[in-house]
Structures are given as C-alpha cells and as structure tokens.
Design a protein around this ligand. Sequence first.
Ligand code: AGP
Length: 613
Amino acid sequence: MCGIVGYTGPKDCVSILVEGLRKLEYRGYDSAGIAVIDENTGKIEVRRCQGKISKLSELLEKSPVSAKVGIGHTRWATHGKPSEENAHPHKAGNVAVVHNGIIENYLVLKESLEAEGRVFCSQTDTEVAAHLVNHYLDKGCEYIEAILKSLRDIEGAFAFVFINEQYPDLLVAARKESPLLFGLGGDSKEYFVASDVPAILSHTRKVIFLDDGEIAVVNADGYKVLDFSGNEVTKQVTHIDWSPVMAEKSGYKHFMLKEIFEQPRAVVDTFRTRVEPETGEINLSETGISEDLLKSIDKIVIVACGTSYHAALVGKFMIEEMARLPVEVDLASEFKYRDPIVNDRTLLILISQSGETADTLAALKEGKAKGAHCFSIVNVVGSSLVRQSDGVLYTHAGPEISVASTKAFTTQITALYLFSLHLATVLGRISEKDARKLVDDLVHLRGKMEQALKQDGVIQGIAKDYMHANDFLYLGRGINYPIALEGALKLKEISYIHAEGYPAGEMKHGPIALIDENIPVVVLITRNETYDKIMNNIEEVKARSGKVIAVAEKPDDDLLKKADAVIEIPSTNKFLMPIVSAIPMQLLAYHIAVLRGTDVDQPRNLAKSVTVE
Ligand code: AGP
C-alpha cells in the first residue's frame, strides 16, 4: 500500500508528481504530500495534508512551489493515524524521504536516535529512515554510504525514495519487498520513480524494475543500480506495452465501470494468442512450465487473496474436472502459517492481479523453500511475483485502477481455463474433440459477455429497489459458489453493506435463520445438475418472506413467478459460466454503491495493492 513517485529532469516536477500520485491513489488515499528542492532557494519544500490528492492540489495552489527534482507519496496508514504530521514526505536535516512498507524495528531505532537528541515530529515508522541517514551523515559518511548503512539497519519491508539538499539533482530509490521501479525519459534526460507503472505511463514506457536489496541512484546524467553492499548491478530495461489511455477513465464515471465494460476485450486478449481453434491446442510455452514437469506433479495448490482467491476456487473446479488432478486452494495469509504439505511433486500456482500482494509473495517463498514448482498468474508485468516465480502466465487485463477488482477476476478465470485445458491435454485426460469444443466456447465467449453487460439497465433498476438493505446473502452451488463469494465481496467493499456468500446447499445449516422480508438473497442459477436443488433453495427463501434476486441462465416461467427480480444471462459451458455470471454481480454492487454515494473507485479503509502482511 502507499504510492510513491519521484522525478529528476529538466521539467517543473510538481505537476508530474501530483499527476503520478493521482494514478497511484488506488494504493492508498488517507493523506498525501510532496517534497521538492526549491529552484530558487535550493532548500527542500514540503507540502502535505490529510486527505486525497485533490486536497494536496488545493494546498499547492495556495502555496505553490517550483522545482525540477522531487518526491511524492499517497498514504495508506499503518503506523500513526492519518494526519498532516504523519503524511509523507518526512524530513530530517537536509534529507526528505517517502516510504511504502513497514519498518519492523522502528521503535528500537527511534529510541537510539532520540537518545542522540534527534527530535521526531510524527508517529510514523518512516521518519526513522530520514533520521538514520542523518545519523550516518553526521558520523562523516558520504551520502550514498549513509543510505546503504541505514538500509542495512532497517528490518522489514520498504520502498524508499530520498532527496537531499546537498545533492540537488539526485534521487535515491531503494527497495526491499515493496515494489519500486524507475522509468527512463525520452531524449531529454529525465527519470521517473514510481511504485507502479500507471504513474509514469504518460511519460515513458521504458522501465527498470528494482529487485529486493537494490538501490537506484539517479540524476539527469544517468542512473546506477547498486546492491545494498554498494556493488554495481546490471539491469534490464523492460518495455511496457500498456498505452497511457488504458489508465484513463475514457468517459466513464468510474474506473470500476470502465473496467467492467472492458472485460470482453480483456478476456479475448488473455486467450487470443494462446489457442489453436482448429486443433483445440493451447500453447503455454511462454510460461516456462514444461510438459515433463506437468507430468511429474501429483498435486496442485493454488494460493491467492481476495478476489484472486475466488478465481482460484473456480480454478479448482476446472482443473479437477478437466485434468483429474487433485487441487487444494488456500488463502495466502493462511498458507504459510500452517506448515503446508507441498514438495517437489507439487505445482504451486499463485494468483495475483498486482503481483505485489505481501501475503501471496510470502506464500511463494514458503512454497519455494519446500521445493514446490511455483507458477504465477499475474496481471502486472515485471511485478515481484513474476520475478520470483519459476513460470508466469500473464492475464492481459491492462491496468486495473479501481480498488474493486473486476477485469482481473474474469481474466484470471480465463487463464485458469487455458491452463486446465493444457494440463488435461498434456496428461491425456481430454479428447481432441472435447478440447476443440472447449476452445470454441472460449472463442464465442466475448458475445456472451457483451450480452450480460446489456443487462446493465435492468440491474440499475434492481439496485434502486434494494439499495437500502442492510444485509445481502449470495447463494451459488458448485462452480458458482465462488461467484457468490465474489458478489458478496464486491458489495461489501464498495457499498459497505454487509453481505455473505454461501454455498446454497449449506443455507439450511445456519444462514437460513437470517432470512426475513428485509434480506435480499442473490441466487445464481445455471442449467446444470444442481438446477432443481437450487430451485428448492429459492422456495425455502420465499417461504421465509426473503426477497430473491435471481441471476439465471434461461429463466423459465416457474422461476419468473418465484423470484422478485431476474437478471438473465446467456449460456456457455459450465466452466465459463462464472465469467458470464460475475458480470451482473459486479454491476449490482457498482450501482448500489453509486446510489448510496460511496467512493466507488477508492472505498474507505482499502488499498489496491496490499503490500503489507
Ligand atoms: C478485490 O476487489 C480486492 N480489492 C482484493 O480482494 C484483491 O483481490 C486482493 O487484495 C488481492 O490482490 P492481488 O490480486 O493484487 O493479489
């Protein structure tokens, strides 16, 4: 969490920093600030405030500053409540710093720095870093050496960017377990530092991702990357193929709505170059996972958080049914604390939109330590998960800015579908005819998704009818159960309405006690072997005066009579139905949130990338 930016070059940096922070606001938004080296005085000027970037812009209008070097930060509070004094950047002596992560030993460091007479102005862990660098400078260390020594003292996760009045064109960026990259400007000698690619996309697509234990020393003349011992490291420049417009709202009221409507394109981009419709073959050679390896494993474990975890649950159904290999699914935050049974015959699949989720990275580390083969399904190119995994299958969702994940989810399911089909083929568990049919269904999915999106008007009407409810229940069976969980998560996170997803068959074992005339029950009904059972569940809800919102494939007269509202979705094969049925879940949550007036793209207390454990 927290977003970091930095700039050094010939341009006035204030608007570049603020614009970059706006693009990173999804990472945290309880306070914001910049520190720049004032062109006229050569001194560090700090502007910071509690609240969002819009507040910071207002502050900068009232109190302008002009500079060509600076750093900026948008915060998601960990240590110290959101307030002006806890907002970054933090300054001590001639040094200012922004930070993403947690300094675990900050209390010990703070006590010893205070004992030297250094005065702290905030409750943050970050301020320690600024004082620590001063501590080493005062001992006579040269600036970079002082930073390196400080980094070696700090325990925990961090991405830092430092500026120093004594070195007015220099940015020093350091990384350990929190994402950080820098972008190379065009002809003009300029460099951009950021936590994530969208922040710099309108300036450059040439990017260097820092790895753990590296610092970048950047000024207008060039850059140098060092490890924490001071040895120079050679880095590769990555070309990002996202276009700047992909990180814009393009006329939509919210990023979330834009991203919901982008899903047909995103899903097609995820499978387009990887399927062979003539033969039903799937080409995943780019992933680096060999057929021999797939033949050698006896178990798959999929690990993820939040929405990505729900995609993992869908993946279990697909892999087990298509490839007949046992699959366990775990929440990343639980995985590493339960001494999981994985070994060199396990394929560990990690799913993450950002590729920076701390829990998922910790799970990867755990899996690797136990000898598992680690394969990731990730959206963000060059992210930490990608760089640490043995193989990667990218989803091609494009930048997902809304905190509530939508297109990442459906593209993750698409990637899992490709993987399941590929695995089933490699293991000889599927006929060519069946594989061809499954690929054909994928090729026709775009039209089905577009049809589901056409229900937007109907869903808006339903949202109006139920926007005042205090609780929602979401029910689904089999492969639709994860979609019930996802529907409930979407509603919770953006509308702040309590919602629970449940396997429909379990309702009678407890949650049925909740049902009365005030609780809308969203029921996912697809035409499979559980159809009659789920119709019985609807009867049970109605018998207790509950309100049923049915999301149904081919609704018949019986259902139309029983349900209070029906959202019709088109049919596809059972593995792809979750992609289609997720769309009304997303739209319902979106419209209810808009009607309730919440901050849809930046819901309270949340951040897009959860980079702390
Ligand atoms: C989804 O709407 C959430 N914002 C959240 O649950 C998210 O899916 C989770 O934090 C995992 O993120 P990742 O996919 O980037 O790892």
